[in-house]
Design a binder for this molecule. Structure first.
Ligand SMILES: [Zn+2]
Length: 427
């Protein structure tokens, strides 16, 4: 079946400071304990965190309490327990963020130009590891990469504890809509099963061409129905890159989540709410990153002067999309950045864009990357909240994002699965 062998970047929507983070651990920012090999039963070491302000990930604020962690999990929230191992009073403590849409292996190549997933060279592998590190240091403890076959060794290394990084879910190879050439419904079903066999955690589908090219539908309703139905049968979720008419079509096909969604009508958005289809719009970071790094993208596959000319127009459409989506009762808006070369580690800028330009309430923005993000992944029993029984993915911000959303840039503490990877708090 003639699926494209190369993933041309179809993502429409992304900075210059991402790689200024030093990889060298310094002082208290060094990991507090060595990465754990998950083949060894985790020690039931008990850790207690004190917090003066705790966002529980579901929209509640708790004051002056303590979180008790044993091994990789939270076991209690109890203000009376002690002794305290990490005194995070003065920070805002919340669950590690979840980014529903990244391209964790995409980097700039040796020539400084966008290399996309860049294959399997040593340079590309180190870039991928660096992307994972800066993403974790930025407070993102789970990301969904959508996707590349090179995600797999990175996912596995992080899972084993041999590399530090966020928990990675990957789509491996996406289904790229190209009209009839995408295949018959039967062939599309076979492609979905192939991804499952290769170890995919979810399926990514491109149902629209790039918005830089107009955003027309590239899969028929019948093809989309086949893709999302087969994925559901295989127990996999479907993320659909969709603009305009493809948004409605993907919701009708009972796909799980719409990526981007630019130029969806209010009626389309109401349909998503009615059918429970998640929406992952991008308010700013991805386009801002493209504009900031224009020379590094221009001339690489999919990036033309005309495309760049369209971006500023699309940016205002995307602000409008978030504003409109927030007015649709019951519409579930999750957090995803489309992080790619240049924006890894700056994922949290998207929170600022959503709040400042999209009109989103800061608590809604936090929940979209916590419990709602976990719900969209079917992982509420593991991540997205600070509650007994869940993984101890806990971050601390220097500032209160509910009062000043730019506090999301100041991540002072990162724990993932009970291991502290960053602690620059002063206490
Ligand atoms: Zn993307």
């Amino acid at each position: 079946m003639p699926f494209a062998k190369f993933l041309v970047c179809l993502c429409i929507f992304g900075c210059p400071i991402a790689f200024s983070l030093s990889l060298a651990p310094a002082g208290s920012s060094a990991p507090q304990s060595p990465p754990r090999d998950r083949t060894v039963p985790p020690q039931k070491k008990r850790t207690v965190i004190a917090a003066s302000t705790l966002l529980d990930g579901k929209g509640r604020v708790l004051r002056n309490t303590r979180i008790v962690i044993e091994g990789s999990k939270i076991v209690a929230i109890d203000p009376k327990v002690g002794p305290v191992d990490y005194d995070l009073r003065g920070l805002t403590v919340l669950p590690g963020w979840i980014d529903a849409h990244v391209h964790i292996t995409w980097s700039f190549g040796k020539d400084g130009k966008n290399a996309g997933p860049a294959g399997t060279t040593q340079e590309a592998a180190y870039e991928s590891a660096a992307n994972a590190w800066v993403t974790l240091m930025a407070g993102f403890t789970t990301v969904q990469s959508v996707g590349s076959p090179t995600d797999i060794p990175l996912r596995e290394a992080i899972l084993k504890g041999t590399l530090p990084g966020p928990r990675i879910l990957t789509a491996i190879e996406p289904l790229i809509g190209q009209g009839e050439k995408s295949g018959t419904p039967g062939e599309i079903r076979a492609f979905i099963r192939k991804q499952k066999e290769a170890g995919a955690d979810l399926i990514k589908i491109f149902a629209s061409q790039s918005i830089r090219l107009g955003g027309a539908m590239t899969l028929s309703q019948e093809q989309l129905n086949a893709a999302c139905d087969e994925a559901r049968k295989q127990g996999l979720r479907t993320l659909v890159h969709a603009y305009k008419d493809a948004v409605r079509a993907a919701s009708i096909a009972r796909c799980t989540e719409i990526e981007h969604g630019t130029m969806a009508t209010d009626d389309d958005l109401k349909l998503l709410a009615e059918k429970g289809t998640y929406l992952d719009p991008q308010a700013g970071l991805v386009i801002e990153n493209y504009l900031l790094n224009k020379e590094k993208f221009l001339g690489t596959p999919g990036y033309t002067e005309e495309g760049f000319a369209a971006m500023e127009r699309v940016l205002s459409l995307n602000h409008a999309l978030v504003q409109r989506a927030l007015k649709i009762p019951g519409l579930k808006i999750v957090f995803g950045t489309d992080a790619l070369a240049g924006s890894h580690g700056r994922n949290a800028e998207e929170f600022i864009d959503r709040v400042r330009d999209g009109g989103m309430d800061p608590m809604t923005a936090m929940v979209s990357a916590n419990s709602l993000g976990a719900e969209a992944m079917g992982m509420t029993d593991q991540i997205g909240s600070i509650a007994p029984g869940l993984e101890a993915d806990i971050i601390g911000l220097d500032g209160d994002p509910l009062k000043d959303i730019t506090a999301v840039r100041r991540v002072a503490f990162v724990m993932k699965g009970g291991i502290v990877y960053k602690n620059t708090s002063t206490k």
